[in-house]
Design a protein. Structure first.
Length: 233
């Protein structure tokens, strides 16, 4: 059982404040009866809920795009630092987790979901989902390094990366596309060619691109089209 306003907000009918307003105005029916009480408890699986003549189905699977700020850990728990889930309000106990990791000091696109199957698919090394990062770095990105990235650069531990692409915006700034997600991968790849990453922001994941209207720390639900794009990634 859960509160009616929470259930509607979770199902994408507006913010908690907006759905409270709908409820108070008498737009919401539960099992055929107008309910004007926003803390009315509903069984989200069984009750028939109608809002402005539309039947509401409870959103079991949640897909969120977060613009991650610096300082947050990509995990579901940390006993020291704030975690990315601290930024997502109203979804406690819904089993949300971040799809993969961005370093604590990294920024940008992080998907948050409770769809384990999709996350597994997106993170599977077999699937080679492209990720694009914008970065700033210290040092000189030498001409040979483009080829090294294309051919698979060797990290300090001997690991040979999958082919990647570097596009310079200007010296000290560029875009890198990688299709795997090893620990500190971009930072270590740049180190392998003598550069040090000073700023890192993920701007796309598969076919999903960071919504630039999201300020750091803000998030929104993925559209159905975006969820489909992920399924196809
Ligand atoms: N590569 C990194 O070095 N850090 C990230 O957070 C993501 C990719």
């Amino acid at each position: 059982m859960m509160r009616l306003d929470k259930m509607l907000a979770h199902s994408g009918y507006g913010t908690r404040k907006e759905v409270k307003e709908f409820i108070r105005k008498g737009f919401v029916l539960v099992n055929g009866e107008v309910i004007k009480d926003d803390d009315f408890k509903v069984d989200e699986e069984k009750d028939e809920i109608v809002i402005a003549d539309q039947s509401v189905s409870y959103e079991k699977l949640i897909y969120i795009m977060l613009n991650k700020p610096d300082g947050y850990i990509s995990a579901t728990y940390d006993n020291h630092d704030p975690i990315v889930l601290d930024l997502i309000e109203g979804y406690e106990n819904r089993g949300l987790f971040p799809v993969g990791r961005l370093d604590k000091d990294a920024h940008g696109l992080l998907l948050i979901t409770n769809d384990g199957k999709l996350a597994h698919k997106l993170l599977s090394p077999k699937n080679h989902v492209d990720k694009v990062y914008y970065l700033k770095y210290d040092g000189t990105f030498m001409p040979y390094a483009y080829k090294a990235f294309e051919q698979g650069v060797f990290l300090e531990d001997g690991y040979k990366c999958l082919p990647a692409k570097f596009e310079m915006i200007k010296e000290g700034e560029g875009l890198i596309t990688i299709s795997e997600g090893k620990y500190h991968q971009v930072k270590r790849m740049m180190e392998a060619v003598g550069c040090e990453v000073t700023y890192l922001k993920r701007i796309s994941f598969g076919k999903i691109t960071l919504d630039e209207s999201l300020n750091e720390g803000d998030y929104r639900h993925l559209s159905l089209a975006e969820i489909q794009m992920l399924e196809e990634s």
